[in-house]
Design a protein around this ligand. Structure first.
Ligand code: ADP
Ligand code: ZN
Ligand code: ZN
Length: 739
C-alpha cells in the first residue's frame, strides 16, 4: 500500500501540515510528488483539489481511518505543482525534509493579513521638492510645506501616519496630488526605493560587434531543441548586462517571463535601476529587506501576470511565473547563491533543474566564473560565450602588487603602504575618486596576546570575538558581549591588542592622513538601517566624497566612472581562510575589486597590498588573467581531489550532548567505510565544523570525497536510511552538503 501526503490549497495551508490519503492500487504506478489530486475533504467529503507533497509506504495514522483519494488530475499542472515537484527534487538532492523544501520554494501567506494600507509618496526629485517646500512656506501654505518636507525624509509614508501625526487633511493633499507632487497608492505599488522608482529611462543600446556576436551565439543555441545553459565569461565592463537586457526582451516578446538573480542587496542600487529604467512597469524587485508579506505580494503579482521580469537574490528563483522562459544568474560565482540553511541548495543547480522542468533557458554570467561552471563550459555541458574586452576598448587598470613585509622592514607600520598613500594623494589633487577594499568588517577584528598567542573567544560559540569602537568585544554569531581586556586573561601580559585592520580603523587613518578628503564607509555597521546602502552609493556616485572604504560589499557590480584608483588593503585576509576555495575567493575578490577602477574615460589603477606577492591567485588577478588562474587552480584541485576535480559530500552533525555527538559521527564514519566502494573513497574527519559550537550546540563534520557524484549520492541515501532506523541518532541533527 502507498500513502500520499496532500496539501490542500497550498498558499493558505501551513506547509508542514499535510493530510494523508490512501492511494488506490490502480494509481500506484502513475502517482508522483507534485501532481494535483482530487480528494474527499472535511466531514461532508466534499471534493477538493490538493497537491501531492509526499509518498510513503508507512501510514502516519491508523490506516483504517484514512480515506482513499478520488483520482489524479493529470493535465492540471499548475505553477505550484511544478514548484512542488521541484521541492521534491531538492529534498532528494540535498537531504532536507519535504516541509523545509516546500517552505523554500513556496512563500507562505501570513495567516492574518493586514488590511490593504494606503501610502503616500513623493513623486518628484528632491531638489525640486526642496524648492517647492520653500515657495510654499513663503506663501504661508504651512501644512502643504510640512507634508512635502515629511515625505522628503520618509517616502513612502503610511496614509494614516500623515493624517494622524502630521494632521494632514484632504484639502492639503488634494492640490499636491493633482499637481503630481504626491502620489497615493495601495500597498504593493510603491515598495521600491525612491532611487529605483525614479530610474531614468534607459534607451536600448546599440550593441558593439563583439557583443552582437556573443548575442548571436546564444540565440543560435536557443534555436536548438534542447538548449544548453550558457555561461558568459566577460571581463568586468564588457557589456554582460546589455546582453541580458536583449535576452530578456526576446523572452518577453515570446510572451514568457524572466528571473534575474543578482548576488546581494548592494547590487540592487545600480543594477536594479538599470533594469527598471529599461523594462519599466514590467519589472519588480525582491530584496531581503522585504517582509514575508511583501515578498508574497510580489510573487502574487508575478503569478497574476502583472510583471514579466523579476530581479532579486537567491530566493527570487522560486518566483511563480506561469510561463517561465529565462533564468539569468549574474555574478554566478558568488557565495550568496548557496543556501546555508536546509535545504542547502545551490541556486545554479536548482536553476538548471527548474529550467529543465519548465522548458526555460539559463544564462550564467561572470568575470570570474566558479571553477565548477567553467569546467562544465570547457567540457561542453554549458555553452561558453566570451567577451574579452571592455566596452569601447577601455583598457583594464594597471595593477601593482605591494609587498607588505618590505613596508614593515622599511619601518612603515601604517595600513597604507607608501605607494598607496601617494596614489591616493594624486587622486585627491586630480579630483578623482578612490575605493579602498578590506575583506573584513567591524573595527579591529580579533584580539590576541602578543606574549602567549591566546585569542579572546566567545564562551558559547568558540569563535574569536571582534573588538568594536565602543570598547566592547562582540561575538558575531550569537551577539555575546564583554568589555575589552587590558591584560591577557591567560598569562597576564599587558601586550594584548587588536589586529588593527578594520574598516573603521582605516577610515580613521584616512582622516588623519587626508584631513581635507570626503570619506564614506560602507560595511555591515553602516548599512544596517533601511536605505543606507542606497544612500552611501548614491552620494559616492554623485561624487560627494573622494574615498569609499568598505568590505566586500563595495567591490561588486558598481559602476562609478570617476573612480581611477582601487586599493586592496590586505589581500591575505581571504587567502588565509581555512577553506579549499580560499585561493579562488581571493582571485575573484581581487579581480572584481580591480575591475572597479577606470570604468569611465580615464585610465584606472589598482594597488594590491599583500604578504604573499608571489601567490598565483594574486598574480593572476593582477594580470586579470582568468585562464592562468584556472589552469593553476585546477592543477591543485586535481592533485588534492577537491571539487570540481572530485566530488565532496559533507555530513554535518549537531547536537547538545557532545559525547553523544562524538559517538554518533563515529558510527556514521564506520558505516560510510562499510558501504564504501573501495579505497578511492576518501573520508576526512570527523572534525569540529568551521564553527565548532554555536549557541551551546556542538557541531562535527565528516567529508567524503569521490570522483563520481552518483556514488556519493548513493552513500548519502544509505546514511539517511541508517540514521532513520537507528534510534540512537534521535538527539542529533544531520545535514548534508555537496561541495
Ligand atoms: P558588465 O555587466 O559586463 O560589467 P555592463 O553591461 O554593465 O558590463 O557595461 C559596462 C558599461 O558600459 C555600462 O555603463 C554600459 O552602459 C556600457 N555599455 C556596454 N555596452 C554598451 C553598448 N553597446 N552601448 C552603450 N553602452 C554600453
Ligand atoms: Zn597571554
Ligand atoms: Zn557567541
Amino acid at each position: 500500500m502507498i500513502y500520499a501526503d496532500v496539501i490542500v490549497d497550498i498558499s493558505h495551508e501551513k506547509l508542514d501540515r499535510s493530510f494523508q490519503y490512501l492511494v488506490p492500487g490502480e494509481l500506484e504506478r502513475e502517482i508522483r510528488v507534485g501532481m494535483v489530486a482530487a480528494i474527499p475533504f472535511g466531514n461532508g467529503n466534499r471534493e477538493r483539489k490538493g497537491y501531492i507533497v509526499g509518498l510513503s509506504q508507512k501510514p502516519r495514522y491508523d490506516p483504517a481511518k484514512l480515506k482513499p483519494l478520488y483520482r489524479l488530475c493529470s493535465g492540471e499542472e499548475t505553477t505550484e505543482s511544478r514548484l512542488v515537484s521541484l521541492a521534491a527534487w531538492m529534498r532528494e538532492r540535498y537531504g532536507s525534509t519535504m516541509a523545509q523544501a516546500l517552505k523554500t520554494v513556496i512563500p507562505v501567506r501570513k495567516k492574518v493579513r493586514a488590511k490593504e494600507k494606503r501610502y503616500l509618496y513623493l513623486n518628484i526629485e528632491r531638489d525640486e521638492a526642496e524648492k517647492l517646500a520653500e515657495s510654499l512656506e513663503k506663501k504661508h501654505c504651512r501644512a502643504r510645506a510640512r507634508l512635502v518636507r515629511a515625505l522628503m525624509s520618509e517616502s513612502p509614508m503610511e496614509y494614516t501616519k500623515a493624517s494622524g501625526e502630521l494632521g494632514m487633511t484632504a484639502g492639503v493633499l488634494k492640490p499636491l496630488a493633482e499637481q503630481g507632487v504626491v502620489k497615493v497608492s495601495q500597498n504593493e505599488v510603491c515598495r521600491l526605493p525612491e532611487v529605483v522608482r525614479q530610474a531614468p529611462k534607459e534607451p536600448a543600446a546599440e550593441l558593439t560587434n563583439v557583443q552582437k556576436e556573443a548575442l548571436g551565439q546564444i540565440r543560435n543555441e536557443w534555436q536548438k531543441k534542447t538548449a544548453r545553459p550558457v555561461l558568459i565569461h566577460g571581463v568586468t565592463g564588457s557589456g554582460k548586462t546589455q546582453i541580458y537586457m536583449k535576452l530578456i526582451e526576446d523572452t518577453v516578446a515570446e510572451g514568457k517571463q524572466a528571473i534575474v538573480l543578482i548576488p546581494e542587496i548592494a547590487l540592487t542600487y545600480q543594477t536594479v535601476r538599470r533594469f527598471c529604467g529599461y523594462f519599466g512597469d514590467k519589472v519588480s524587485v525582491l530584496n531581503s529587506r522585504l517582509s514575508q508579506g511583501e515578498r508574497y505580494d510580489q510573487f502574487r503579482r508575478a503569478k497574476k501576470g502583472e510583471i514579466q521580469v523579476i530581479v532579486g537574490p537567491r530566493s527570487a528563483l522560486f518566483t511563480p511565473f506561469s510561463r517561465l522562459g529565462l533564468i539569468i544568474i549574474d555574478e554566478e560565482h558568488e557565495q550568496t547563491y548557496k543556501s546555508e540553511t536546509s535545504p542547502r541548495y545551490h541556486a545554479s543547480e536548482v536553476a538548471v533543474k527548474r529550467a529543465e522542468m519548465e522548458g526555460a533557458r539559463v544564462v550564467f554570467g561572470s568575470a570570474t566564473p566558479s571553477l565548477e561552471s567553467y569546467t562544465k563550459a570547457v567540457s561542453g555541458e554549458y555553452l561558453l560565450v566570451k567577451l574579452n574586452e571592455r566596452y569601447r576598448n577601455r583598457s583594464l587598470p594597471n595593477v601593482s602588487v605591494v609587498d607588505l613585509r618590505k613596508e614593515l622592514r622599511a619601518g612603515n607600520r601604517s595600513v597604507l603602504s607608501r605607494t598607496l598613500k601617494e596614489a591616493i594623494e594624486e587622486r585627491l589633487s586630480r579630483k578623482e575618486q578612490t575605493m579602498l577594499f578590506l575583506n573584513r568588517r567591524g573595527y579591529a577584528g580579533f584580539v590576541s596576546c602578543r606574549s602567549c598567542g591566546s585569542v579572546l573567544k566567545c564562551p558559547h560559540c568558540d569563535v574569536a570575538l571582534s573588538e568594536h569602537n565602543n570598547g566592547k568585544m562582540i561575538c558575531h554569531y550569537c551577539g555575546y558581549e564583554r568589555e575589552t581586556v587590558k591584560k591577557c586573561p591567560v598569562c597576564g601580559s599587558p601586550y594584548i591588542g587588536g589586529f588593527k585592520a578594520g574598516t573603521q580603523q582605516i577610515e580613521q587613518v584616512l582622516h588623519k592622513n587626508f584631513p581635507e578628503a570626503g570619506i564614506l564607509r560602507m560595511d555591515y555597521d553602516t548599512t544596517r538601517t533601511k536605505g543606507s546602502y542606497e544612500q552611501i552609493l548614491s552620494s559616492f556616485a554623485a561624487h560627494k566624497a573622494d574615498i569609499l572604504v568598505g568590505t566586500q560589499m563595495i567591490v561588486k557590480g558598481h559602476d562609478f566612472p570617476d573612480v581611477t584608483l582601487v586599493g586592496v588593503i590586505a589581500a591575505d585576509l581571504s587567502l588565509n581562510a581555512a577553506d579549499y576555495r580560499s585561493a579562488e575567493r581571493t582571485f575573484q575578490l581581487l579581480t572584481q575589486a580591480v575591475g572597479r577602477s577606470g570604468r569611465g574615460k580615464r585610465q584606472g589603477e589598482a594597488i594590491i597590498q599583500t604578504y604573499h606577492p608571489d601567490h598565483y591567485s594574486i598574480q593572476a588577478a593582477a594580470e586579470q588573467n582568468y585562464e592562468k588562474f584556472y589552469q593553476e587552480e585546477m592543477g591543485y584541485r586535481t592533485l588534492m581531489d577537491y571539487p570540481p576535480a572530485a566530488h565532496m559530500l559533507s555530513v554535518l552533525a549537531s547536537g547538545e550532548e557532545e559525547e553523544l555527538l562524538e559517538k554518533g559521527i563515529g558510527y556514521i564514519r564506520k558505516f560510510a567505510e562499510r558501504v564504501s566502494p573501495g579505497p578511492k573513497l576518501h573520508i576526512i574527519g570527523p572534525a569540529s565544523a568551521a564553527v565548532g559550537k554555536v549557541n551551546d550546540v556542538y557541531r562535527r563534520v565528516l567529508y567524503l570525497k569521490y570522483r563520481e557524484e552518483r556514488t556519493l549520492l548513493e552513500i548519502k541515501d544509505k546514511i539517511e536510511k541508517y540514521i532513520e532506523i537507528n534510534p540512537g541518532f534521535r538527539k542529533l541533527y544531520i545535514q548534508y552538503d555537496f561541495e
